[in-house]
Design a protein around this ligand. Structure first.
Ligand SMILES: *[C@@H]1O[C@H](CO)[C@@H](O)[C@H](O)[C@H]1NC(C)=O
Length: 283
């Protein structure tokens, strides 16, 4: 088995065993901005026992749902929201694994921009809605990274077939009242290839929080646990064949290198052992 196929095997096995317990945070309503007094519910999806919603705000760090919301299993409801609830929310397991992060801004003002709280997929159409506390969406001006990009008489701006260049900070304005700014993230279409993610497909550092070191340690242990049975069985097989060879009173090398001149006479035995080892690997 050559090193590349070994790497592939390790990668595939660890994908199967480790990636299945990766939780995802979703929010209802799916908007990165809400008005004060509106309810918001956060849910850890695909989460097993022991995942909780945590948040960072300007005044708290990594506090759990039970401190500021109403927990229900792996979900959490905040009702009503307050501007002090603005911050970053994520799901975290007891081992320290973390999900995606959602930034929620609670406005005490009279205008908000409803933009997707989760990254949108490349090629999707995305609608940004400018809302006032009055029912009907007003005529609104839209801005991206501080630059005016257009006026919509019904308060809805649709971005067609978004690409990475549509990422940025968006806000809207109704008369003289401005909404807070929110980041729109665009993620690459998932590829079907089994190659490990490369630096170019990773989300930009600005929108992705660094993985916690606890999480990395957990992944490492996970990979080792997957890799160990393979190592142990290989080691066992090699030592068993060594023992048998010694039993026949012959010094047969089972090192994975071609035989040297001194071992030329034992070529036949060497080949036998090698083919036996190779056969054992055909699992
Ligand atoms: C939350 O705050 C902690 C401590 O300051 C920091 O290490 C962590 O990266 C923050 N997480 C997010 C998602 O902002």
């Amino acid at each position: 088995m050559d090193p590349t196929s070994l790497q592939r095997l390790v990668f595939l096995t660890s994908l199967l065993s480790c990636s299945t317990n990766q939780a995802r945070l979703t929010v209802t309503p799916s908007s990165s901005q809400v008005f004060r007094d509106e309810p918001v519910s956060l849910r850890c999806e695909d989460a097993s026992e022991g995942w909780t919603v945590r948040r960072n705000t300007s005044r708290e760090r990594r506090t759990e749902c039970k401190v500021w919301g109403t927990p229900a299993g792996s979900s959490c409801t905040i009702s009503p929201m307050d501007p002090r609830d603005s911050g970053e929310y994520w799901c975290e397991s007891t081992e320290g694994s973390t999900s995606n992060t959602i930034t929620i801004t609670v406005s005490g003002g009279s205008v908000i921009l409803q933009s997707p709280a989760l990254p949108v997929m490349e090629g999707d159409d995305v609608t940004l809605t400018c809302r006032t506390k009055m029912a009907d969406p007003p005529s609104a001006d839209f801005y991206k990274d501080g630059v005016f990009i257009g006026t919509e008489s019904d308060g809805h701006m649709t971005l067609l077939h978004v690409s990475r260049s549509d990422e940025g900070l968006y806000k809207c304005r109704v008369q003289s009242k401005e909404s807070p700014e929110s980041r729109l993230s665009v993620s690459e279409k998932p590829t079907t290839s089994m190659e490990p993610p490369t630096a170019s497909s990773a989300p930009p550092a600005s929108s992705a929080p660094p993985a916690s070191s606890l999480h990395l340690v957990f992944r490492l242990i996970c990979h080792l646990v997957v890799f160990c049975p393979y190592c142990i069985s290989t080691f066992l097989m090699v030592s068993i064949y060594r023992e048998r060879a010694t039993g026949r009173d012959q010094s047969v090398s089972v090192a994975m290198t071609p035989p040297t001149h001194a071992e030329q006479g034992l070529d036949d035995d060497y080949d036998d052992v090698m083919s036996a080892v190779t056969t054992e690997h055909q699992f």
